[in-house]
Design a protein. Structure first.
Length: 396
């Protein structure tokens, strides 16, 4: 498997926390519209929307791990969107920097227009290269705070409701997260020992579970005999090297998962806000539920769906690749990894995986999720085509 994940948790320097308040009774939530979404590697959701009066649709990642809403800098320049500099600091995985804003913009979905949106501007070239599809922005808190959002991973449909009282299904579980601009849920888990702690609920992260190195070290939660493997991930600041392992058990609400793939992250910018939060719960696990995300009521409801019992991806190649200028390029090969043993080198061009010549990075990633199977990779190196064979290993 091409081990690339995108970690999109981000927020502004000043975060507003909600204190206790007396809430007036709400009317019944009213259905507004529904529209489809696309599902990319790791369960990441992409929705299409039109900006202002521009006729072409743009691609946005739907991300509870984003404390606002944002546009790609290249998209902003291409569409001649006026921007204003600011002193606002955005912190994300691997980076912290000031951003400009495009103020008072509108997004148009099928059956819904969202006005008065202030987009911060960021460079999302790396996301486009990860998925092989243009990513024009990220939709986070600025959208979720206005509506109740139902996410159905069986039908790949979103349903949008006005804030109000809603009857939840009887066969699920209700979470009551702590809400800043990002939802924080308490999770119970076990490896060397059993514990519980707070983690971000992050639909924009294409992974199952992530812990900061500081939390993992202080909690002493991991079995020492299991050695994590090195891998490459993607954050707001670009490429990040992480370690990958598993934990024996993770419980979300009343649902337990065994042998959950887990990333360990050296959080230099403390984006996880440790010791308050230990990491994040990502969408490769959350996609196993249909979700009702109710920011106005500060609730999230989970119902197991048809993906609930799907096997986790334990495959490991030690290779990172990106879609760049129409080519799938190997960017990094971990020494001693299956990719290294197969003879794959940095800057090799991946032409095909097995008999798939689609040049689709997400299809190649799916094929490489067969740990212990010998997989043929056709590469081009210095203009010469070569056939190499890689045998991904399991991290279990």
């Amino acid at each position: 498997m091409i081990k690339i994940i995108c970690l999109l948790v981000s927020f502004t320097f000043n975060i507003t926390c909600f204190g206790q308040e007396i809430l007036s009774p709400l009317p019944k939530a009213k259905f507004i519209t529904k529209f489809p979404f696309l599902q990319y590697s790791g369960g990441v959701m992409v929705v299409k929307a039109k900006l202002n009066n521009i006729p072409d649709s743009l691609n946005f990642i739907l991300d509870t791990g984003s404390g606002g809403i944002s546009l790609d800098s290249a998209t902003t320049a291409q569409l001649n969107i006026p921007i204003s500099p600011s002193d606002t600091v955005i912190t994300g995985m691997g980076d912290s920097h000031k951003v400009s804003f495009a103020f008072n913009q509108s997004l148009h979905f099928s059956g819904l227009t969202v006005d008065r949106l202030n987009f911060h501007i960021n460079n999302y070239d790396v996301l486009t290269s990860v998925y092989g599809e243009k990513i024009d922005g990220i939709i986070g808190y600025s959208f979720f705070r206005r509506y109740i959002v139902k996410i159905n991973f069986d039908s790949l449909l979103l349903e949008i409701y006005s804030p109000g009282e809603m009857d939840y299904p009887k066969n699920g579980t209700l979470l009551n997260p702590i809400f800043t601009t990002l939802p924080i849920v308490n999770l119970r888990f076990k490896d060397r020992k059993k514990t519980d702690f707070n983690f971000y609920f992050d639909t924009g992260a294409g992974l199952c579970f992530l812990m900061s190195d500081r939390f993992a070290s202080d909690s002493n939660i991991l079995l020492s005999k299991r050695k994590p493997v090195l891998t490459q991930a993607e954050g707001m600041g670009g490429k990040i090297q992480m370690r990958m392992t598993v934990i024996k058990m993770l419980q979300v609400g009343r649902y337990r998962f065994r042998n959950v793939p887990t990333y360990l992250y050296s959080d230099d910018f403390n984006v996880t806000s440790y010791p308050t939060v230990g990491g994040l719960l990502g969408n490769d696990l959350l996609r196993r539920f249909n979700l009702i995300i109710n920011y106005p009521k500060r609730q999230i409801y989970l119902t197991p769906n048809n993906h609930f019992n799907e096997r986790f991806d334990y495959s490991y190649t030690g290779m990172a690749a990106y879609y760049v200028d129409g080519l799938i390029l190997v960017d990094d090969v971990i020494k001693g990894s299956p990719a290294d043993k197969a003879g794959i080198l940095k800057d090799d061009i991946i032409v095909a995986v097995n008999k798939n010549f689609s040049n689709n990075i997400m299809q190649y990633k799916d094929i490489l999720q067969s740990e212990k199977d010998k997989i043929k990779i056709v590469i081009k190196r210095n203009g010469v085509l070569m056939e190499l064979y890689i045998k991904p290993k399991s991290i279990l």
